[in-house]
Design a binder for this molecule. Structure first.
Ligand SMILES: Cc1cc2nc3c(=O)[nH]c(=O)nc-3n(C[C@H](O)[C@H](O)[C@H](O)COP(=O)(O)OP(=O)(O)OC[C@H]3O[C@@H](n4cnc5c(N)ncnc54)[C@H](O)[C@@H]3O)c2cc1C
Length: 496
């Protein structure tokens, strides 16, 4: 039994290869109602998964097999298949997910033990089970990612004639239509194309352009949804990066001119691939990160009566801060946003609006096409100031607008109410003077909302509250403990 989870590919897929070598197998994907009902899952995610499944099904058929798709509780599905065909072994990839997927896995483990079925889970992202601290982790990640990829399958024998629901639409699954319509194409082919284009065509300006939501959309790799659903393995990405970096180094050594900023950009990219594993490892080692702050002294500081009107305004991009609103509307349409603007959205929610990161994080998880729990919850905590080991970074939305969108192109595109506003008012439309007000017909508070909070006041209040906790002996001691357990062992400690 090959159980596909967040590994929707046939290449570099060790469980599939091993099962194919062992004889006849079943390739299974299950729509699990318990997972689909989880608050962090959205129709956008499932539509993307469906696209990956369509391609996976075709690829398995091309190898001579069949992908069985079922809907139901995983243990019921496994029991039913076991009664029908009888199997000795389940093979899957390890998953570092949420409490919901963890509990589901525990139930599968118990069921498998009770039925004398072996469940073999293979590592896929350089994340190590049972790792208590970070000593030696980076070397292990490098070694794991440098291992040869599993060879391609030449054929596959699956048990024929098994009932399969086929792909079910998000409506059939009770999720309605996906709210985001401009998302990336699903599947391994799109993933490999995206990887190739980034490494050979688009990636040169990566390092300089990644912070701008506009330029970042093409300069960033855009690999995140493919990695999140396993349409591509991290090993495939890392080894392609290594080959390209090697090629560029060789060309440089041979005296070739005009290689521009490629090597700097690829080195930044390489760091981020490691961060993927670094954060996922943290969640693997400490699953409480999903719900509780790393430094427990911060627990509950934001939970008293969050302002729901502010929450709605933030979700819909109506805060009166054009850069925040443009970013949120862009995300709501496309399912993607660059790192810095994600940080700004969370910083605004957590500091300016003082909303709990658990609440805003669930909304973002549903909106990010690339939702990956390990990265997501760690980043939410970092951008909300509750890790104890990172500097408190509060983004000023006006400065971000001026720095990252100096021509106002992004804001005009995503906040059309401001389309005709002169550039000088675009970052702070409520300051528009009477002459331009008269000429443009723009009325602050009517054409576009007034800022829902005052920047300086909100930031001062947030700083006071955060530092009041951060300065306590309790928080300091807990921060030391976090550093010991989860801190990067690189020289610049505590940065990530
Ligand atoms: C609040 C917040 C939540 C986030 N949630 C997610 C999430 O759910 N899923 C997700 O994949 N990324 C998340 N990120 C990290 C980052 O923003 C995205 O990985 C990146 O924007 C995806 O675009 P890309 O693939 O073009 O990235 P690139 O910049 O091209 O990076 C390549 C890959 O490196 C990894 N990576 C990049 N930046 C980071 C980072 N800071 N930490 C860890 N890994 C990184 C990702 O796998 C990414 O696909 C989050 C960031 C913030 C601030």
């Amino acid at each position: 039994m090959v159980w596909f989870k967040r590994d929707l590919r046939i290449e570099d897929h060790a469980p599939l290869l091993r099962a194919s070598q062992e004889g006849t197998c079943v390739c299974l994907y299950v729509y699990e109602p318990e997972l689909l009902a989880a608050p962090d899952v959205s129709a956008t995610h499932v539509a993307f998964i469906n696209g990956c499944l369509a391609e996976l099904g075709e690829q398995i058929e091309a190898l001579g097999g069949q992908l069985v798709i079922r809907r139901g509780d995983i243990v019921d599905v496994l029991s039913d298949l076991n009664r029908t065909v009888g199997f000795r072994r389940i093979r899957s990839h390890q998953e570092t997910g949420t409490e919901v997927t963890y509990r589901r896995d525990l139930r599968v483990k118990r069921w498998a033990e009770e039925h004398n079925i072996e469940w073999i889970e293979t590592r896929q992202h350089g994340v190590f089970r049972g790792q208590k601290d970070r000593n030696g982790w980076a070397a292990k990640w490098n070694a794991d990612m440098s291992c040869p990829q599993t060879p391609a399958l030449s054929g596959l024998q699956t048990i024929s004639g098994l009932a399969s629901t086929g792909i079910l639409s998000t409506a059939e699954l009770g999720l309605g239509a996906p709210p985001q319509t401009e998302v990336q194409s699903p599947g391994s082919r799109a993933a490999l194309r995206t990887l190739h284009e980034f490494l050979h065509q688009r990636g040169e300006p990566y390092q300089k352009a990644m912070s701008s939501p506009l330029e970042g959309a093409t300069a960033c790799s855009r690999l995140s949804p493919y990695l999140a659903y396993g349409a591509l393995s991290m090993r495939q990405v890392y080894q392609s990066y290594q080959r390209r970096a090697h090629e560029l180094r060789t060309r440089k050594k041979e005296g070739e001119q005009g290689l521009g900023t490629w090597s700097r950009s690829l080195s930044s990219f390489n760091k981020r691939l490691h961060w993927n594993g670094h954060f996922t490892q943290r969640l693997e080692s400490d699953p409480s990160i999903e719900k509780r702050p790393l430094v427990r002294a911060f627990e509950g500081i934001r939970s008293e009566a969050p302002n729901l009107e502010h929450f709605e305004a933030w979700k819909e991009g109506r805060t009166g801060y054009p850069m925040v609103d443009a970013c949120m509307r862009f995300l709501n349409a496309t399912g993607w946003l660059n790192f810095r603007m994600r940080s700004m959205l969370v910083s605004f929610a957590s500091y300016h609006l003082w909303l709990p990161w658990q609440m805003t994080g669930t909304y973002l998880a549903r909106r990010f096409l690339d939702y990956e729990p390990g990265i997501h919850y760690n980043q939410l905590q970092m951008q909300s100031g509750v890790t104890g080991i990172n500097a408190i970074r509060i983004y000023a939305p006006t400065k971000q607008a001026l720095d990252q969108d100096p021509e106002g192109t992004f804001i005009r595109r995503w906040v059309p109410e401001l389309e005709n506003l002169p550039l000088r008012w675009l970052a702070e439309p409520h300051h528009i003077d009477m002459i331009d007000r008269h000429q443009s017909g723009f009325v602050p508070g009517e054409s576009y909302p007034l800022p829902i909070v005052e920047h300086r006041e909100a930031v001062r209040a947030a700083r006071d509250r955060i530092f009041a906790v951060r300065r306590t002996d309790e928080a300091k001691a807990q921060a030391q403990d976090v550093l010991k357990r989860h801190g990067s062992r690189r020289k610049r400690r505590g940065r990530h």
